[in-house]
Ligand binder design. Structure first.
Ligand SMILES: *Cc1c(COP(=O)(O)O)cnc(C)c1O
Length: 394
C-alpha cells in the first residue's frame, strides 16, 4: 500500500523527544522558545509564537485582528474546514469568494465585491503550499483598511517574489501568518502550529491568550525567588505547544531544506511523466511563486468519474484524496451562517451548492491528490503513475 503521505522522521527526532522528557520541563519551556526563535529566523519574521495547531493559530490571529461577533471575514470556502471554522469561533461570518481554477487560490479581483462596513479582515490561504496572489490581495485590503491573515498551514518553505527578491511565506507580508505541523503537512510535530508576525503587540497577545491570559507565565514564576501571584485579566485559552513537540519541530525544521528538495524532485518527475495524458490538468507555479509541493493535485480529464478513478487506484494499492473540500457544502455549514460574493455582490449563502463558488466545487469534484512524500523512490512513483493511467484507461 502506498499512502498519500508519510512523516519524514529519523533517529534525531526520537533522541530529541527523549531529551525533552529527560529535561523535566515538558510544556512551553526552553524547547518551545528555541523552536520559535529558529522558525522566526527561517521565515524572516520578527516574531513567532508556537501553539497547539494551525486552527488555534487562526483563532488567535483573527482575535488579534479584532474580529468579533457579527463581523465579516472574506475568505475561500475551498479550503480545509478549519479556515472557515476559525472565523466562526470568533462569532464572525465567513464571506466566501471563489478560487482561480489554475492555482486553486483566492481570486483577488473578487475581494472588492465582498467588502462591507462590517468587514474586518481577509483570510487568504496558500492552498496546498502554492502561494496565493498576496500582492494583489494586500492592495485591495489596504484600500479598505482590512487586516490580512495568511492561512499558511501547508506553506512552510514556499516562496513568493517581492520586488524581484524571493522570500519565504510567513515573513509575513500580511498582518499574521499561521502554520500547521500536522502530519499531513511538510514538517510535523504530531500536532502543532505557529503564528508569525512583525507586530509586537500581536505577538504579546498571542503569548498571553495561548496560556489562559495568565499575567505571569510559569517559566517566570519557576525562576523567581520571591512569591508571585498571577492574574487573569481576560478570557484566554489553553493553546500551548509542548516541549516534546517543539523538540521534534526543531529537528524537522533542520531537515526542511532537504525535504523541499526531495519533494520538488518528485513533483518535477510527476510533471514530466504525466504531461502526455490527454486532458489531464497539471499544477503550475506562477512566475512570482514557488510551492513546497505539499500536495500534488491533478485535474481529471472532462467526463472522468473521480470516485471510480480513486477506487481503481485504491484497488491497485495507491491511496489518493479528492480535491480540497468546500466548507459551504458540509452539513456543518447548513447550520452555520455564511455569505458569498461574486461580481453581483454580497448574498446570503444556503444549501450545499453555490453557483458563485463553482470553481471551488469543480476543483473538489474533479481533482485528485496523488501520493507525495520525501521517501518516495522512482519505482514507487512509476507504480502510482501506472495506476493512474490504468484508472483513466489511457
Ligand atoms: C491543515 C490545515 C489547517 C488546519 O491545521 P491544523 O494544524 O490541523 O489545525 C488549516 N488550514 C488549512 C488550509 C489546512 O490545510
Amino acid at each position: 500500500m502506498i499512502p498519500i503521505t508519510k512523516p519524514y522522521f529519523g533517529e534525531e527526532e526520537q533522541r530529541a523527544t527523549a531529551e525533552a522528557i529527560a529535561s523535566g520541563w515538558v510544556t512551553q519551556g526552553p524547547q518551545v522558545a528555541a523552536f520559535e526563535r529558529e522558525f522566526a529566523a527561517y521565515v524572516g519574521a520578527a516574531y513567532a509564537c508556537a501553539v497547539s495547531s494551525c486552527t488555534t493559530a487562526l483563532h488567535l490571529a483573527l482575535r488579534a485582528a479584532d474580529v468579533g461577533p457579527g463581523d465579516h471575514v472574506i475568505t475561500v470556502s475551498h479550503s480545509f474546514i478549519a479556515t472557515a471554522n476559525a472565523v466562526r469561533y470568533c462569532g464572525a461570518i465567513p464571506v466566501f469568494i471563489d478560487i482561480a481554477p489554475s492555482t486553486y487560490n483566492m481570486r483577488p479581483d473578487l475581494v472588492e465585491s465582498a467588502v462591507t462596513d462590517r468587514t474586518k479582515a481577509v483570510l487568504c490561504v496558500h492552498q496546498m503550499g502554492m502561494p496565493c496572489d498576496l500582492q494583489a490581495i494586500l492592495a485591495v485590503a489596504s484600500l479598505h483598511g482590512l487586516k490580512v491573515i495568511e492561512d499558511a498551514a501547508c506553506a512552510i518553505g514556499s516562496e513568493i517574489q517581492w520586488d524581484g527578491q524571493w522570500e519565504r511565506i510567513g515573513r509575513p507580508r500580511g498582518d499574521v501568518a499561521c502554520f500547521s505541523f500536522h502530519p499531513r503537512k511538510v514538517i510535523t510535530t504530531g500536532d502543532g502550529g505557529m503564528l508569525t508576525t512583525n507586530n509586537a503587540e500581536y505577538d504579546a497577545k498571542f503569548r498571553l491568550w495561548r496560556q489562559h491570559a495568565m499575567s505571569v507565565p510559569d517559566t517566570v514564576r519557576h525562576k523567581a525567588n520571591e512569591v508571585i501571584f498571577e492574574s487573569y485579566a481576560e478570557l484566554g485559552f489553553n493553546y500551548r505547544m509542548t516541549d516534546i513537540q517543539a523538540a521534534v519541530g526543531r529537528v524537522q525544521l533542520g531537515r526542511l531544506p532537504a525535504i523541499l528538495e526531495l519533494r520538488r524532485h518528485i513533483a518535477m518527475r510527476y510533471l514530466e511523466l504525466l504531461v502526455d495524458i490527454p486532458g489531464l490538468g497539471l499544477p503550475a507555479e506562477p512566475p512570482w511563486g514557488r510551492t513546497n509541493w505539499q500536495s500534488f493535485c491533478v485535474r481529471l480529464p472532462e467526463g472522468c468519474d473521480q470516485r471510480a478513478v480513486m477506487q481503481r487506484m485504491l484497488g491497485a494499492g495507491i491511496a489518493t484524496r479528492r480535491g480540497v473540500m468546500c466548507a459551504h457544502r458540509e452539513p456543518a455549514y447548513q447550520r452555520e451562517p455564511w455569505l458569498f460574493s461574486d461580481q453581483a455582490g454580497l448574498q446570503q449563502g444556503s444549501g450545499s451548492h453555490c453557483a458563485a463558488l463553482r470553481e471551488g466545487e469543480r476543483a473538489q469534484d474533479h481533482c485528485v491528490l496523488l501520493p507525495l512524500f520525501p521517501q518516495m523512490g522512482d519505482e514507487e512513483q512509476d507504480t502510482i503513475i501506472r495506476a493512474l493511467r490504468s484508472g483513466l484507461d489511457v
